[in-house]
Design a protein around this ligand. Structure first.
Ligand code: ATP
Ligand code: ZN
Length: 286
């Protein structure tokens, strides 16, 4: 029987759509019916299991699934023995401490002797221990943000992305304690055959992720500006330079990292670049 890598993804929630999109961008075709428990690909040796995110680290540790996608927060909270293979760049959020808006906050010692409601007792416990603060951690599994309002706790520790849920519940964020994004985790004892499939998969994921973090740049420049412009462009190896029909002008093509993009554009224009085009890259293999 053909060896299949079993990948656990969240059945429905904030990770589901981007997880499945990543596999599609890797060229892996499958029937996406999250009504089913599992779905095999017909063009790549993987099978997807659709599960609650909380169960994924445990299933990956046990080998029920070979790989899984979860938030780092869930992976850290569950303390399972799994490999962190790769950060995936989506579902970015943080765990923060928050207290009622009207309460004055003086620093993390505010929490000494107080109670904090959270679904993340492990991450919170580690943070408080590091800060030397002793609290009563109230573990609750959902709707953490209503705890102070009903007198269950003085503060909360919960996931924040924009902060609007906190504001809607009369709370203010006072400490950011943990940064998270989606990660690919793997079982620690994959067979050689499964490792081989994993290598093919991570090769594709890397190509997709570096495509996303880079842009293809095309620009025109007078020939006497080429040297300066080329010195500003890193490129994958060296930029491509093509003569234009207009005498004395060339078109220069290269790749720029998204993070340095706006700074570079200004420098390039100052160096004489014109007609700059920025094009998204679908995949990039270095
Ligand atoms: P399940 O039903 O599978 O247990 P859940 O309700 O526990 O789902 P979700 O709310 O779907 O979980 O969140 C899944 C993960 O997505 C979180 O663990 C976190 O890593 C990330 N996440 C949560 N909220 C946000 C947000 N507002 N923005 C970005 N990422 C988030
Ligand atoms: Zn969950």
């Amino acid at each position: 029987m053909e060896t299949l890598l079993r990948i656990a993804v969240q059945k429905s929630g904030r990770l589901s759509e981007d997880s499945l999109k990543l596999f599609k961008e890797c060229g892996i075709k499958f029937i996406n019916s999250t009504k089913k428990l599992k779905s095999a690909s017909h063009n790549f040796p993987v099978e997807f299991l659709f599960l609650r995110d909380d169960d994924i680290p445990g299933y990956v540790e046990d080998g029920v699934a070979d790989l899984g996608i979860v938030g780092e927060n869930v992976s850290a909270e569950k303390q399972k023995e799994v490999d962190l293979i790769k950060k995936l760049g989506f579902s970015k959020c943080r765990l923060s401490l928050a207290i009622p808006r009207e309460v004055e906050y003086s620093g993390v010692t505010f929490f000494e002797g107080k109670s904090i409601a959270t679904s993340y007792p492990v991450i919170l416990g580690e943070y408080l221990a590091k800060q030397g603060v002793t609290c009563d951690i109230q573990e609750i599994s959902g709707s953490v943000e209503i705890a102070p309002g009903i007198g269950l706790a003085d503060g909360i520790c919960d996931i924040v992305s924009s902060g609007s849920t906190l504001i809607g519940n009369g709370l203010k964020e006072v400490e950011k304690i943990y940064k998270s994004e989606a990660v690919l985790i793997g079982n620690k004892n994959l067979s050689a055959e499964k490792k081989e499939i994993l290598d093919k998969l991570t090769f594709r994921i890397d190509a997709v992720l570096s495509g996303k973090s880079n842009k293809y740049v095309l620009l025109n420049a007078p020939n006497d500006a080429i040297d300066r412009i080329v010195s500003l462009l890193p490129g994958m190896r060296s930029p491509t330079i093509v003569p234009l029909a207009t005498e004395g002008w060339s078109s220069i093509h290269s790749v720029i990292n998204e993070d340095e993009f706006w700074d570079k554009i200004e420098e390039l224009r100052a160096a004489g670049a014109e007609g700059v085009l920025i094009v998204p890259i679908e995949k990039m293999i270095s």
